[in-house]
Ligand binder design. Structure first.
Ligand SMILES: C[S@@+](CC[C@H](N)C(=O)[O-])C[C@H]1O[C@@H](n2cnc3c(N)ncnc32)[C@H](O)[C@@H]1O
Length: 441
């Protein structure tokens, strides 16, 4: 019997919002129960619901007098899945309604079938009325909705983004709602970017843009990686253009000893080696053994070598062999608030208090890694966050405390401490980079 995609989607959303699970892990788990193109639908519905969560919750509240509680919560998410389809997909209303209502059976909630049906049909009627009269009062009042509902972000985050970016905050929040593009990295140790572009063109895989600094290639439409020329032998990798700035900025030289101290799943480790194959050594460190296995998989696909080390960057005494590094990449654990468009669950999994704890961990890793850097060596600090506490403020504080550290000036900084890429800028993820050099003794 085929799986009901709406039921699976309700279970995923429940697991993320009520149990704090990761969307990127839950979707593939449930996708094993779905067939072929249904896997795509599952992904589209789960990501869509979590992207628009506050707005959908607001819609439900208008049609459901008493919130569903306890075991019935999965059906609460099923209703959200139903409303999302009616509002945002091209699935015909009758199909969306039938499939969603019948999912109550799969969720062992047949007794809620009439309730789910009633809420969705009432919503559908109101929605059709609004659509046939776009100038209606309801449409106008959308602009008067509370900000968390209008922008679909938690209020603590809106507050922080407004404070940090008084001019750009609404552009940032809007960019976080977009579907992310698929960017490719060419493996320049195998062939030039131009040669790979030629191969893509021969297969009629169209590019929408080329990011000039990194030569990252933005595809016009996302495709299955196995359809990319020579993907299995490592000719290209999927990586956002913002993340592709790291190898260029760290600028490793032949003969360097390099440490990537927060390496998993290894996208940047591989890029560093592709760019400079003649490195003396590359150590890929990560505290998470399971994630470190992904680094190995990535290295193997591309045919590269690195020394994998499972260890804690705050405790180098437990794994470091005493040889200082010429270059260190510190792609720090962070709030990931720059990649919300790729991981909408971040909006609901992160809490305001996490930011201070993360900033402290980052400061600790930075201090420890600094002592592993050779005099004259370079450390590139990176996060996929937009919050100054994790980025420019973190680096300013480090520079104030560490007399042998200096910020290397880059044109990208534009007078600020480090390079803050905002989400959506040239269609990149939100990212931060600061390049530091240690005085030569
Ligand atoms: C932003 S991700 C790194 C992404 C990676 N650089 C890439 O491009 O594929 C941060 C990583 O830091 C690791 N991490 C967190 N705390 C750590 C610690 N104390 N020591 C070492 N790694 C840590 C996490 O397991 C996670 O894999």
């Amino acid at each position: 019997m085929s799986a009901n995609i709406r039921a699976l989607c309700a279970q995923v959303c429940f697991a993320v919002v009520e149990q704090g699970r990761s969307l990127a892990e839950e979707v593939p788990l449930k996708a094993t129960k779905a067939e072929g193109k249904d896997k795509g639908l599952l992904q589209e519905l789960c990501y869509g619901v979590l992207r628009h969560l506050p707005e959908l919750e607001n819609d439900v509240r208008q049609f459901l007098a008493k919130p569903l509680k306890g075991k019935q919560r999965v059906c609460h998410f099923l209703i959200l899945v139903g409303i999302y389809q009616l509002k945002y997909t091209r699935i015909p209303d009758h199909a969306a309604l039938n499939e969603t209502v019948s999912a109550t059976g799969k969720l062992k909630s047949g007794h809620l079938k009439n309730l789910v049906n009633g809420v969705l049909r009432n919503f559908q009627r109101q929605h059709q009325k609004q659509n046939s009269n776009p100038e209606s009062e309801q449409e106008v009042s959308a602009n008067l909705l509370p900000e968390p509902i209008f922008y679909n972000h938690p209020s603590w985050f809106i507050k922080l983004v407004k404070a940090a970016y008084p001019e750009q905050w609404s552009t940032i929040l809007t960019a976080n709602m977009q579907r992310p593009p698929m960017w490719l990295r060419t493996n320049v140790s195998q062939q030039s970017s131009d040669a790979y572009q030629q191969q893509l063109a021969e297969l009629a895989i169209e590019l929408a843009a080329i990011e000039p600094k990194s030569k990252a290639l933005k595809l016009d439409q996302a495709i299955d990686v196995n359809k990319l020329p020579n993907f299995s032998s490592g000719a290209a990798s999927v990586q956002d253009a913002a993340a592709q700035q790291s190898a260029r900025l760290l600028d490793c030289q032949p003969g360097d000893h390099v440490l990537d101290c927060c390496a998993a799943p290894g996208g940047k480790t591989c890029h560093l080696i592709e760019q400079t194959p003649e490195l003396a050594s590359v150590t890929a460190l990560d505290v998470d053994e399971r994630r470190l296995a992904r680094v190995q998989e990535n290295l193997e696909r591309i045919g590269l070598n690195a020394k994998l080390q499972c260890g804690d960057a705050t405790k180098p005494e437990s794994w470091w062999d005493g040889t200082q590094y010429d270059r260190i990449l510190l792609d720090a654990p962070c709030s990931a608030t720059g990649v919300i468009r790729r991981h909408p669950d971040i909006k609901w999994l992160r809490k305001a208090d996490d930011i201070e704890a993360l900033a402290q961990l980052q400061a600790q890793i930075l201090r420890k890694m600094w002592s592993l850097l050779k005099p004259g060596g370079t450390l590139l600090y990176a996060t996929c966050s937009v919050l100054p506490q994790e980025n420019s403020e973190q680096i300013a504080q480090f520079l104030a405390q560490q007399s042998d550290a200096q910020l290397i000036e880059l044109p990208e900084y534009q007078g600020k401490i480090g390079w803050q890429i905002l989400p959506g800028e040239q269609d990149m993820d939100g990212f931060y980079y600061a390049k530091l050099v240690k005085s030569a003794g």
